[in-house]
Design a protein around this ligand. Structure first.
Ligand code: PMP
Length: 453
């Protein structure tokens, strides 16, 4: 008998086979669409990751609204994945849908600013505390541009990231710490440059390592989530950021904070909630209500340096921006989202509800004496297969268990509840109700009972 994370895995595997059969039986239309897609979509899906869910074939969505969606076979779901944050404020929020509908009659993209640009940038400045802003289509792009700005401004070549980080498909960040040594992530396809040449990596929550890695004075910027969210959640220790920021400044490096996920903390992100003072600030995914868009901000001092760097560069391509960046459709969506959806009131609903979810999960885990823990960052909650929350990326990685995750995820999905794949993350949105959370807790409990009995 194999016991892992307090679970009898033989029993869990039998349950998984049963759940796979149940999925296949109840999804005839998704099955047909999957077969059809297999004829012309490489890997049978529009993006190869879409094969990495727990389902035997893809679940096809018919429509998504608020906290809910319906699949093509007519089943209803409460969505706690919410597009892995892209729909953190609900699917197609009404004000965004209206703004987008109105903009469709006024044009999508001209490579010129629309009136929304001025309003949006002023709101970003008010909300996040950085005075100057630029745009991108995705958080990946925003991070790539931020790295480029940081290198251009400081004249330094290297960046520093935390082990286990994810900042999108930005090549520079795919360097792990393996037995104390930097190592390029070997899953990266088609990467021929030695990324360890220009990327240094240290463990999160290790101030001495950060200090040592910055000591050579060649790091342009530290790119970081304020709390790690992509290898399972890892929270900063008390006082960590205050000290880390002082170290980063002392070594003349810039701090670029990526709030793409931690925007779950509150309307101004973790940065405002905890008084961080980044030089550069990124948020993507939900910032335009799920319409592709990302933003990045500059401190006043850095903005002056950025302008000087551009002024002093020869004319021609900067390597920053894409043709559709800051298109009029995205700007209209972002304005509506910031003004009417991503509001203080929305967070005032979401955060206590996530707290209920986190506490409910803790209770159920404790009742079954499982060695698991639950972490919450505002509207974002995650259960992890360890009794004590991990302190860094290495610890977090060790407890990832994709097999067990998939079993639990499929069990929930077959009962109309979707949580985020690749880890155990759940988001609540303004449309999520107390009853939805109660249902998730009840089905989670039922799943534990079947796994654990
Ligand atoms: N930053 C963080 C912290 C992320 O979690 C992600 C995506 N999970 C990204 C950036 C990249 O976002 P996108 O895939 O939308 O470019």
């Amino acid at each position: 008998m194999e016991i892992r994370h307090g679970i009898n895995m033989d029993r869990a595997r039998a349950l998984f086979r049963r759940e796979q059969d149940r999925f296949v039986e109840s999804m005839p239309r998704s099955k047909v669409l999957s077969a059809q897609s297999g004829q012309h979509l490489l890997f049978g899906v529009p993006l190869h990751w879409m094969n990495d869910w727990s389902t035997p074939f893809s679940l096809y969505v018919a429509a998504a609204r608020g906290a809910r969606f319906q699949d093509v076979d007519g089943h209803d779901y409460v969505d706690f994945c919410l597009g892995d944050t892209g729909a953190m404020f609900g699917h197609a929020p009404e004000p965004v849908a209206e703004a987008v509908a109105a903009q469709t009659r006024r044009g999508f993209t001209t490579m010129l600013p629309s009136e929304d640009a001025a309003w949006v940038s002023a709101e970003l400045a008010r909300r996040f505390g950085l005075p100057y802003w630029q745009f991108a289509m995705t958080a990946t792009d925003a991070n790539r541009f931020v790295i480029r700005w940081a290198r251009a401004i400081t004249g330094r070549s290297k960046i520093l990231v935390f082990n286990g980080c994810y900042h999108g498909t930005v090549d520079d960040v795919f360097v792990d710490l393996v037995e104390g040594q930097p190592r390029q992530r070997d899953s990266l396809l088609g990467q021929v440059y030695d990324l360890t040449q220009y990327t240094r990596v240290v463990e999160f929550n290790d101030l001495a390592a950060l200090d040592a890695a910055l000591a050579e004075g060649d790091i342009a910027c530290v790119l970081a989530e304020p709390a790690m969210t992509n290898i399972g959640m890892v929270l900063p220790e008390e006082d960590y950021w205050q000290q880390a920021q002082a170290i980063i400044r002392r070594h003349g490096a810039l701090l670029a904070i990526d709030e793409t996920h931690t925007i779950s903390t509150g309307p101004g992100g973790y940065t405002q909630a905890f008084g961080l003072q980044p030089d550069l600030f990124v948020v993507g995914k939900p910032v335009a209500g799920g319409v592709p868009c990302a933003v990045y901000g500059f401190s006043a001092e850095l903005a002056a340096h950025a302008q000087a760097a551009k002024r002093n560069a020869p004319p021609g391509h900067s390597g920053i921006g894409t043709t559709l960046t800051a298109n009029m459709l995205a700007m209209a969506a972002m304005r509506a989202n910031l003004a009417e959806v991503m509001t203080d009131a929305a967070y005032a609903h979401m955060i206590p509800l996530a707290e209920q979810l986190a506490n409910g999960l803790r209770e159920r885990i404790a009742q079954r004496q499982l060695p698991w823990c639950v972490t919450q960052i505002g509207a974002r909650t995650e259960f992890q297969f360890t009794p004590a929350p991990p302190r860094n990326g290495s610890e977090a990685e060790q407890i990832l268990d994709s097999e067990l995750e998939q079993i639990i995820h499929l069990y929930l999905l077959n009962r109309g509840l979707l949580i985020t794949p690749f880890h155990n993350m759940m988001l609540v949105c303004p449309d999520t109700r107390v009853e939805d959370v109660q249902r998730l807790l009840a089905v989670f409990d039922q799943c534990l009972q079947e796994l654990h009995a």
